[in-house]
Design a protein around this ligand. Structure first.
Ligand code: MG
Length: 300
């Protein structure tokens, strides 16, 4: 099949040979943070170096959702459907209320400023989990050079109690993160120290108990082209990860099942569309999509 690599026969039934990779919009500097709003039938995503968040829908096409946007990176929705954002420039995570007001949910830990929150997810209990590497404060391109005050960590925010806890601090450059559909596992991408000659780059997996505590993590999968930045699970627990040559589908044992090939590096992705069976891809300067024969895990 053109446009795919099949590494395991199972993958052949996950993709559709007659569903082409479509370019929905282009002309961005670096796309990131896609999040699907099924109730509005639209996708939001960041055009990070241009400091704006874009909106795309099948009917309405492309428009600017907000600009300036605090150099937002990853996005998610909370259990009520509100937009959650990682702001590099603001060094915080925010929630956009239904009336458009923006609430800062967390910008400090122990009195010190966060680095530049990168990616974010919301668990079914309403807690908000995010990674905080320094990437966004190391260059003016992605938010503005500023001094780091805290190590790179992964945090869990309980917005009901206003409590921010460290859940993992053993990663060099925590980046994308995603729960397995049953939330018994948390996957976290480790993308290393920026500018390091040979950065550590792989996916880690952590067992997560019912109270939200993580066990010690282990390496889950090493992407063979480029690195994993952002990823999502389908409803059967396969991990669909960004990579240098496209999207890699990985099964829960860590085996690569196959790839959807793209013309440039994929930074992040989200399932959306009817039945969450369309993959929206942030491909460097372009927003692309491809229909697949799996359904994304339900998130809200
Ligand atoms: Mg990222």
């Amino acid at each position: 099949m053109d446009g795919f690599e099949i590494h395991d026969p199972r993958f052949a039934s996950f993709v559709l040979p007659n569903a082409p990779l479509e370019t929905l919009a282009e002309g961005f500097r670096w796309c990131e943070g896609p999040v699907w709003f099924g109730d509005r039938d639209e996708l939001l995503f960041s055009d990070l170096p241009n400091d704006r968040v874009m909106r795309w829908s099948e009917r309405g096409g492309l428009s600017v959702f907000r600009e300036p946007a605090g150099f937002e990176n990853g996005h998610a929705r909370d259990r009520e459907g509100r937009l959650l954002s990682c702001s590099h420039r603001g060094r915080c995570i925010t929630r956009t209320e239904f009336d458009g007001r923006i609430t800062v949910l967390a910008d400090r830990h122990g009195g010190k400023r966060l680095n530049s929150p990168n990616d974010i997810v919301c668990k079914s209990d309403g807690t908000i989990w995010f990674t905080d590497p320094p990437y966004g404060i190391q260059t003016d391109y992605e938010g503005g050079k500023q001094a780091s005050e805290l190590p790179a960590r992964v945090y869990r925010l309980d917005p009901a109690r206003g409590r921010l806890d460290i859940v993992a601090d053993d990663l060099q450059g925590p980046n994308g993160l995603c729960f397995s559909p049953d939330e018994s596992r948390l996957y976290i991408a480790e993308s290393g120290l920026q500018f390091a000659p040979d950065p550590v780059r792989h996916l880690r997996v952590y067992a997560c108990d019912a109270t939200g505590n993580l066990a010690k993590g282990r390496i889950f999968h090493k992407v063979d082209k480029g690195f994993s930045d952002g990823f999502r699970c389908d409803e059967d627990g396969h991990v669909w990860s960004s990579a240098g040559d496209g999207v890699h589908c990985i099964d829960p044992s860590g085996a690569l099942l196959g790839k959807i090939l793209t013309p440039a590096t994929v930074s992040n992705l989200a399932f959306g569309g009817r039945n969450r069976a369309r993959l929206f891809l942030c491909v460097s300067h372009a927003l692309m999509a491809v229909s697949v024969n799996v359904r994304g895990a339900r998130l809200v």
